[in-house]
Design a protein around this ligand. Structure first.
Ligand code: SF4
Length: 200
């Protein structure tokens, strides 16, 4: 699976301390997208087991509340995403799972989303149902720059925060904030919601 970035511990991508897996590749082209570098379907192809192992390792360093999958567009690599979540739910059943997707619930339920590799619409519906069965929450819908939102985890007002289990409630989702992560080798990652602009 193509991965844009991995953050071992973030507090701005859902409740508590969470690992964040940013998948690489998105062809939805929302105008004004904050992360255009995540759009090309290029880069190293990681085995889902390797990605799951990163989370297991991160959880060994600090106790995580959960994992959030972000983009790029996670559902455009749905089969590999399922493999990662399924593996983690067995190995770390205490974790909660969340996902951002540019697709609406209606599109996902109908199997109207692109996947890499391509699979039939029936199989897309099934893989979404399987992924959804592991998710505690999802933020769904395109980013629409003309409809800005200050609601937790939602960049635009059309997006929905859906709770699929009773693990979390609306009050667990903190106001939008941004984090800057500086790795020991100098890589800088900005994550969250830079509502006041990116730090310079
Ligand atoms: S779905 Fe997300 S990553 Fe893709 S273009 Fe829209 S905002 Fe950007």
């Amino acid at each position: 699976m193509l991965v844009h970035g991995f953050i071992e511990g973030s507090r701005v991508n859902g409740p508590g301390l969470r690992a964040v897996v940013h998948l690489q590749g998105c062809n939805l082209n929302c105008p004004g997208c904050f992360n255009v570098a995540s759009h090309p379907f290029t880069g190293l192809d990681h085995d889902p087991a390797e990605v799951a192992a990163w989370v297991v390792r991160a959880n060994g360093v600090r106790t995580l509340d959960g994992v959030t999958f972000s983009g790029g567009e996670p559902m455009q690599q749905a089969p590999a995403l399922f493999d990662v979540i399924e593996s983690l739910s067995r190995r770390l059943p205490q974790l909660g799972f969340g996902m951002y997707s540019g697709y609406s619930l209606r599109e996902l339920e109908a199997g109207r989303f692109r996947t890499t590799p391509e699979i039939a619409q029936t199989a897309r519906r099934e893989v979404w149902a399987s992924i959804r069965s592991f998710l505690d929450f999802a933020v769904l819908g395109r980013y629409v720059a003309t409809r800005p939102s200050a609601l937790p985890l939602r960049s635009s007002a059309n997006q929905e925060l859906l709770l699929f289990t009773d693990r979390y409630c609306d009050h667990d989702f903190a106001p939008q904030e941004v984090e800057v992560h500086i790795e020991p080798h100098g890589l800088v990652q900005v994550t969250g919601f830079p509502v006041a602009g990116l730090p310079v």
